[in-house]
Design a binder for this molecule. Structure first.
Ligand code: BTN
Length: 251
């Protein structure tokens, strides 16, 4: 079923939302709306996104009708900002579990995977006014029916429909996603949220490599701390506390 303004209006009730058949980046639109005074929980959606932003300065293109492209405006306490990344991955994982998807895992820090292949990306962006946090835009791109066959992503990316073997309605996914965000966002600082995220991580216990501030780190991903940082022990037994990055399994 198509995503349309009127369908979304019926499903989202009193929630503030803006829907664009085509957008450059829903995160950019939500950042603008946030600075203009959007309330917490407001949502920006697009059917097609042509200048989507990915992590680490990458781009994230989404063809029309193929994905759930959503940016949610949140107003957490500044000390809980690191938890917004966890929140994004966790709610997507729970949404997938709610539609009956097995083999859901989180690759640290926030790539949700199905059987080890990436099904979604999360990009939180904060807006500061001096030392005050004005809010955060939690951008999420969830592959619903993007065909990665014969693309360079074929062995790394996956969409929900081919994985499940039947059609899914993006509006239904959205409603499930937002209900998990409403559940968890008042609990950002809790150990329940941390544990729910940590228990889905597939990275712990594995040998990994990653670039950390110009330095290549190899070692075992031992654990995560309550801010979501990854603790990696290298062969000299030195610990590295990694706050962000793109890990590869093995050496
Ligand atoms: C990643 O690189 O894994 C993160 C990708 C995040 C993409 C989403 S799609 C909705 C929102 N709008 C954007 O421009 N980016 C995020």
């Amino acid at each position: 079923m198509e995503l349309t303004e009127s369908r979304l209006a019926g499903l989202l009730g009193t929630r503030q939302f803006r829907f664009y058949p085509q957008a450059d980046s829903t995160n950019d639109l939500a950042l603008k709306w946030l600075t203009q005074g959007a309330i917490s929980g407001s949502v920006v959606l697009a059917d097609e996104q042509i200048k989507g932003k990915g992590r680490l300065g990458r781009s994230w293109y989404t063809p029309p009708g193929t994905a759930l492209i959503v940016s949610v405006i949140l107003k957490p306490a500044a000390q809980h900002l690191p938890r917004v990344t966890m929140l994004g991955a966790l709610v997507i994982a729970e949404m997938l579990e709610a539609v009956g998807t097995a083999h859901v895992g989180i690759k640290w820090p926030n790539d949700v995977q199905l059987n080890g292949q990436k099904v979604s990306g999360v990009l939180p962006e904060a807006v500061w006014e001096g030392k005050e946090l004005r809010g955060v835009v939690l951008g999420m791109g969830i592959n619903v029916r993007i065909d990665f066959t014969n693309t360079e992503l074929a062995d790394r990316a996956v969409s929900i429909e081919p994985f499940l073997g039947h059609p899914v309605d993006r509006a239904d996914l959205l409603v499930k996603l937002l209900s998990r965000i409403d559940y968890w966002s008042p609990q950002l600082g809790t150990s329940e949220l941390f544990r729910a995220w940590e228990s889905r991580l597939t990275t712990l216990g594995h040998e990994i490599s990653l670039q950390n501030g110009g330095q290549l780190v190899h070692g075992k991903a031992e654990s995560v701390d309550e801010d979501g940082a990854l603790l990696v022990r290298d062969i000299t037994n030195e610990f590295h506390r990694i706050l962000a990055g793109d890990i590869a399994l093995g050496r």
